[in-house]
Design a protein around this ligand. Structure first.
Ligand code: ADP
Ligand code: MG
Length: 240
């Protein structure tokens, strides 16, 4: 589903991704961990070209992300992205937030788009909030809208960048539960998160990054108890 080959990313003279190689299979749930500044956000943002790469290659479901012939909006619609700061459109209702891209990119009719949006909002537990505006919702509810919005394009892969880091503690669980459900339904997911409970329950693999490199790939039960790399050991003992 996702292939990264020798991916390099520079900000000016600062190399932030150093020849990253990774294969992610259909249906896999991969958790990405690592210290702040290690390149986790940059890595997943390169996958849907929110950041351009300077070297290497990224294939998403067989499509080269830098193929000149692809339409960037069509390409991005195959990759659901959920941000730390929900990034909802504040002037649109919940239903319109979830319907908009289908109408713009997929050219769906209003009715088609709204039917899909309503079903997804029911799925994330927001069946009573169709007409609400983002500011009328809690952070946990807004993040669930953001997940529904990403799912509306029926992407074969979902990327999450610290989706629970901006939430009050009591709202973390409701967002993780939606993510767990998706993982259990077979969605291919790459999640930057330090939520150990989520990783242990749902992840097939944990990837540990430091200084722009992947230093370890382990099963979650191994990673959080006895990681192999010394820097992973330090990281795990610090977050516990
Ligand atoms: P993480 O998500 O693991 O905390 P990031 O991917 O955000 O790490 O950042 C990796 C490195 O790239 C850091 O050194 C950060 O300062 C740098 N960086 C991130 N975004 C930019 C940017 N837009 N311009 C310059 N440097 C950046
Ligand atoms: Mg980050």
């Amino acid at each position: 589903m996702l292939v990264l080959e020798n991916v390099e990313k520079w900000y000016g003279k600062h190399k932030v991704l150093n020849r990253v190689n990774e294969h992610i299979e259909k249906g896999e749930v991969v958790v990405v961990c690592g210290p702040s500044g290690s390149g986790k956000s940059t890595l997943i943002r390169t996958i849907n070209r929110l950041e351009e790469i300077q070297g290497g290659r990224i294939l998403v479901n067989g499509t080269d992300s830098r193929d000149q012939k692809i339409d960037i909006n069509q390409f991005r619609s195959n990759i659901g992205f959920v941000f730390q700061q929900f990034n909802l459109f504040s002037n649109l209702t919940v239903l319109d937030n979830v319907s908009l891209a289908q109408r713009r990119v997929r050219k769906s009719t209003k009715r088609e788009a709204e039917e899909i949006a309503e079903a997804l909002l029911e799925k994330v537990g927001l069946g009573t909030k169709f007409r609400a505006y983002p500011h009328q919702l809690s952070g946990g509810q807004q993040q669930r809208v953001a997940i529904a919005r990403a799912l509306a394009m029926k992407p074969p892969v979902m990327l999450f960048d610290e989706p629970t880091s901006a939430l009050d503690p009591e709202m973390v669980g409701e967002v993780l539960n939606v993510m767990k459900q998706l993982g259990n339904e077979g969605m291919t997911m790459v999640c930057v998160t330090h939520e150990m409970g989520f990783a242990r329950e749902v992840a097939d693999r944990v990837i540990f990054m430091d200084k722009g490199e992947i230093l370890e790939r382990s099963k979650p039960e191994v990673f959080f108890t006895s990681p192999h790399h010394p820097r992973a050991q330090k990281f795990v003992s610090d977050i516990r």
